[in-house]
Ligand binder design. Sequence first.
Ligand SMILES: O=P(O)(O)OC[C@@H](O)[C@@H](O)c1c[nH]c2ccccc12
Length: 263
Amino acid sequence: MILDEIIKKTKEDVIKREKVFSLDWLGRSLAFNARAPRDVFPYLKATEEDPYRIIAEVKKASPSKGVIRENFDPVAIAQSYERGGASAISVLTEPHFFQGSLEYLGQIRRYVGIPLLRKDFIVTKYQILEATVYGADFILLIAAALSKKELKELLGYTRHLGMEALVEVHDKNDLVKAIYAGSDIIGINHRNLQTFEMNMQLSYELIPMIPNGKVIVAESGIYEHGQLQDLSKAGVDAFLVGESLMRQDDEEEALKKLKFGSI
Ligand SMILES: O=P(O)(O)OC[C@@H](O)[C@@H](O)c1c[nH]c2ccccc12
């Protein structure tokens, strides 16, 4: 199972990094970090004026697709997304399966003003602290990778640091966990992380079970404006889009076309 494999590798990695910089040390370095995380809600909640919020993803490769983008300049791509009207940017930081890096997050932070999501397989507080130090405003927590108790604890720690979490779900079980943990931003991943199978109906199945007032994010497999219109009617606030944007040479144009439709 790929998710289990990634989590195992991630845990080994964190142990290595913790030997270089302890949690304590990392916490102290935060004291010198002048910047406070942004409040992501105004960026992600759909409004009448801005109904299709896009979280555009900086992703070089994935285990299901291999290398998606050869000439990969994370800062240039992120700037292009921002110019195209992205509401936030998701930065893959997982190195082995997605060829991501925490350094990309830090680099992008220096050049981009909109909120940044640390997209990784987060299973420890250490990774959450790292996310803040490198400039994230919110982080991903995958319900399927965590117990109810862990999810609640990690979400609490995230908020303690002034950030928020996008809690990702793929079935009813995950959703119950997310709601129990008190998550306010719920991401419905159309891709099953164990099998890579896509279910583009999943948002329509799960949204009726989500309490009012949550920010709902539809994730994966989104490539055209019509999908935004349909999902928005069902209650989606924001759309997490990676591959379909990463495959275009001009990400700014691609994002505008996706967000506003071609006239
Ligand atoms: O490239 P896509 O199909 O537009 O999907 C983006 C995003 O949803 C996907 O990268 C993703 C969703 N959840 C994840 C968890 C880990 C890594 C990656 C992901």
